[in-house]
Write a protein that binds this ligand. Structure first.
Ligand code: SF4
Length: 883
């Protein structure tokens, strides 16, 4: 019997609906839910590969205390006793929770209630601090509330979409696909991309502004000034519905000057700046879509308000197809915001420093311990752990040893901390390695609750798989610790439905339209109705019982005056400027097929095929200047740390800057945790780290040997300076390099690979090259290639051989050459993860003249016809071949 469940994808903030089906053999499959309004059946490559990630290999399935498996009872007692002891001796601010946008809203609600309401400290913060807290601070300054005005339909109906600081094509692929479709349907829809890098998103841009890192506020101040100078202000809206216009204009005028000066400061072409200003000024339906490039800055909040100012000045808010639209990274960052997951917020979008809110929440929860002050924000929280001010920390569903800036300091802080509790679904992460107590949590497919996506849409996440081992819901774990801390009654939850009803009730409690977050229309949901809850956008209340598509349609804001606030922006330079020792700017970000720290996506061989190894992108002029070579390894250093990455030379990168993705960690790479390099500077208002601007140096990594291994079975450990391990289809791939010579390559190979089977070997001591293949039962078991330089055969053809039931004689003959004979295909690096189509295959089809468009490629090779995530790359290949 098969069973299907509609649920949501656990990766990005698009919040796509997923139909998950279990089959008779116990396997599961997924497809996009055509009824879900976020995606209407679409899924990106990551969502499409969800079924690959649900196996139990490597899962944390039992509680552990100091490395020893324990009972739940002992583990929960140990957590409660440990926290209680610290609270008794040092007060409530000596303990902390660091939580995650991966938690469901119900988990988040209970965690926040326990820390702020009953332990009595503000010390609960979330990894969403790292992704969108500047957007929250910007909205709150402008609207008096953390209220995202827009929805995805607004993007489809707009005549101009300004995408700032977002590689939407890779980071929010289904939103990107919706924009692509809108542009196909209405080619007059204009797209402007503002990003220092020329990313895949630029494939659909009419105009790309590769601005200098840290110059965003100058550009938008320049736009505001231009709008005023050229009479594009909506005076009626400004006069009746806003405050602060005069000061904002004065600041914009003073700081930006002419478009020539703006262009010069931002490092842009003046004609492009004028074209952008003209387009924005003369298009009524404009949505500005922004993400981490805006938020992850020491001016993140100002960046956000400089955008909002331009929408307020033109009255382009609260109407279809218009508005400043911050899109979140995490799947439930919005849910976390709703329940007060940020250390400076109370639950239900209320404020810690507002006495009315404080009184209201205290009465609702029946507590006299509610914190009166904000807790430490993420970076400060781990500084407080390092200094010993925080002595016990509970980390839930996140991996701060990889993702926080100055990440080595975070690890050292946790190693020295008296009590580190980690609840996670994975056994081995860089953070679980620092834990005294490990608590097994449920993963996607097993847990049950709600999430809110970037357009305020609450959707159900439903389980399709049973609880594995002893893993439990996060809210269950937190509640049981709370009960042991003496709060039995207040945390006597039996189901996520019960928690959701309480959350809904708090949102409506004495609200009367004064607070934006109001889901009081869902208070009365029965368990069954909660189970069947359809996706719905908040507010959901007596006035809007079916939810609310768009905010501020009545032009009333949640400020004291009821008016939106302009903010006068004085542009500031990033805190750490490049200097002689660290002359380049490091920008960090994401790749198409990995999520966060790879703990789940790297389980999928299909997803690993796209970009298997960490890389550093650098402009050709900089590569020449710093003597780094395409495909070789480079050492990137800052004053905080260093990483190794494979060099990719591209003029998509601005001169003077480099880009490295943030996903790799110590579990799968020896030295590629990029956040060890990132500066811990934060935005003064939001506390969001400046992850896109760290001064660094780059130089060639002086390896004396390079190599790779492909092995059917994972290897226990590898003895060399640089290693990377990644799962492939029926094999594991290892990239290797060392700065001390291997004396006997054959012996070294035999030490690392299974010696069983037939060994084919080639060794040349003069050129210091060694190659070997091991064949067992007529199948390829492993290959190893070692050379003095990084120039080694491509891995794609050799990888394909692991799928062969029997190694052909041609393959055997060509094995140690590492490349196929003339009549055998080498698909090249993977482009389409869904159908396993490689670059060489696509290039061949284009070169033959058979494929002239993306549609042709799809018809011929199927590439790009499932999730569509690879379409920007297909376009790039078509364009490169046409040149
Ligand atoms: Fe998941 Fe992709 Fe949808 Fe994001 S865009 S929610 S990663 S399927």
């Amino acid at each position: 019997m098969t069973q299907s469940v509609s649920t949501t994808c656990p990766y990005c903030g698009v919040g796509c609906g997923v139909l998950a089906t279990t089959h008779k053999d116990g396997s599961i499959s997924v497809k996009g839910d055509s009824a879900h309004p976020a995606n209407f059946g679409r899924l990106c490559s990551k969502g499409s590969a969800l079924a690959d990630t649900v196996d139990l290999e490597g899962r944390l399935l039992h509680p552990y205390i100091n490395g020893q498996q324990s009972s739940w009872d002992d583990a929960l007692n140990a957590v409660a006793d440990g926290f209680q002891k610290v609270i008794n001796e040092h007060g409530p601010d000596a303990v902390a929770f660091y939580v995650s946008g991966q938690l469901l809203t119900e988990d988040y609600y209970v965690a926040n209630k326990l820390m702020k309401g009953f332990i009595g400290s503000g010390n609960i913060d979330t990894n969403s601090r790292l992704c969108m807290s500047s957007a929250v601070a910007g909205y709150k300054r402008a609207f008096g509330a953390d209220a995202v005005p827009c929805n995805y339909e607004d993007l489809e109906q707009a005549d101009l979409i300004v995408i700032e600081g977002s590689n939407t094509a890779w980071c929010h692929p289904v939103v990107f696909q919706r924009i692509v479709k809108a542009k196909e349907d209405r080619p007059e829809l204009k797209i402007v991309v503002i990003d220092p890098r020329k990313t895949a998103t630029c494939e659909i841009a009419d105009l790309h502004l590769p601005l200098k890192s840290g110059s965003d506020t100058t550009l938008f101040n320049g736009l505001l000034h231009y709008l005023k100078q050229h009479n594009h202000i909506d005076s009626g809206f400004v006069e009746h519905h806003t405050d602060g216009f005069t000061a904002a204009i004065a600041a914009a005028q003073q700081s930006s000057g002419t478009s020539e000066q703006v262009a010069q400061y931002c490092g842009l072409n003046q004609d492009d700046v004028n074209a952008f200003f003209h387009l924005f000024a003369n298009t009524e339906k404009v949505v500005t879509l922004y993400s981490q490039g805006v938020n992850q800055s020491s001016s993140g909040t100002d960046n956000s308000n400089s955008i909002i100012n331009c929408h307020l000045a033109t009255g382009r808010i609260g109407k279809p197809a218009m508005g400043p639209f911050s899109i979140t990274g995490q799947p439930n960052a919005m849910g976390g915001r709703e329940v007060g997951g940020l250390s400076n917020q109370l639950a239900a979008h209320m404020d810690i420093d507002n006495p009315t809110h404080h009184d209201l929440v205290s009465r609702f929860w029946g507590t006299d311990s509610l914190t009166t002050s904000a807790g430490a924000k993420a970076v400060d929280m781990f500084n407080d752990v390092a200094s010993g001010k925080i002595k016990a920390i509970w980390i839930m569903a996140t991996n701060p040893v990889v993702t926080l800036p100055d990440a080595d300091k975070v690890r050292e802080a946790l190693q020295a901390c008296d009590l580190v509790v980690v609840s996670d679904c994975e056994q081995n992460t860089d953070t679980t390695a620092c834990a005294d107590i490990l608590l097994p949590a449920l993963a996607w497919g097993e847990k049950c609750g709600t999430v809110t996506n970037s357009e305020r849409r609450i959707s159900r996440q439903r389980n399709i798989l049973p609880h594995p081992g002893e893993a439990e819901e996060d809210w269950w774990i937190i509640s049981h610790v709370a009960q042991r801390l003496g709060f039995e009654q207040q945390f006597d939850y039996r189901s996520s439905a019960e928690i959701f009803r309480e959350h809904a009730a708090l949102s409506g409690y004495e609200n009367k339209g004064a607070r934006d977050f109001d889901i009081s229309g869902l208070i009365e949901l029965s368990d069954e109705q909660y189970d069947q809850l359809e996706p719905v956008q908040w507010p959901i209340n007596a006035r809007n019982p079916n939810g609310t598509e768009r905010l501020f349609t009545d032009k009333r804001f949640f400020t004291a005056s009821g008016k939106a606030q302009f903010i006068a922006i004085q542009p500031r330079s990033p805190v750490n400027a490049p200097n002689e020792a660290y002359p380049l700017i490091l920008n960090t970000g994401r790749v198409r097929d990995q999520w966060h720290t790879m703990t789940r996506t790297a389980r999928s061989a299909k997803l690993n095929g796209h970009i298997p190894e960490p890389f550093v992108e650098i402009h050709p002029a900089d590569a020449k200047k710093w003597s780094v070579i395409e495909g070789a390894l480079a050492l990137i250093e800052s004053q905080w740390g260093s990483v190794l990455a494979r060099v990719q030379i591209t003029d998509n990168q601005r001169q003077g800057s480099v880009f490295i993705p943030m996903h790799w960690n110590q579990q799968n790479a020896s030295s590629s945790r990029v956040d060890t390099v990132v500066n811990p500077v934060v935005d003064p208002l939001s506390g969001q780290p400046e992850s896109k601007h760290t001064p660094v140096s780059i130089r060639p990594y002086q390896a004396v040997w390079h190599g790779f291994i492909l092995s059917r079975t994972p290897l226990p450990s590898i003895n060399c300076q640089y290693w990377l391990q990644i799962k492939g289809e029926q094999f594991w791939r290892y990239e290797l390099a060392g700065d001390t010579a291997i004396n006997d390559s054959s012996a070294w190979a035999k030490q690392h690979l299974s010696s069983d089977g037939e060994w084919l070997e080639f060794s040349d001591n003069t050129s210091r090259r060694y190659r070997a293949g091991v064949i067992k039962n007529n199948q390829l078991e492993s290959v190893i290639f070692i050379a003095p330089t990084h120039e080694l055969p491509t891995r794609s053809w050799l990888s394909q051989l692991f799928a062969e039931k029997e190694l052909s004689s041609e393959a055997r003959t060509n094995l140690l050459a590492g490349k196929p004979g003339a009549d055998q295909p080498d698909i090249g690096p993977l482009i389409c993860a869904c159908f396993g189509v490689g670059e060489n295959t696509i290039k061949e089809a284009i070169a033959c003249g058979d494929a002239k468009t993306v549609d042709d490629i799809g018809k011929q090779l199927k590439a790009g016809t499932n999730c569509g995530s690879c379409i920007p790359e297909l376009k790039k290949l078509l364009y490169a071949t046409a040149k």
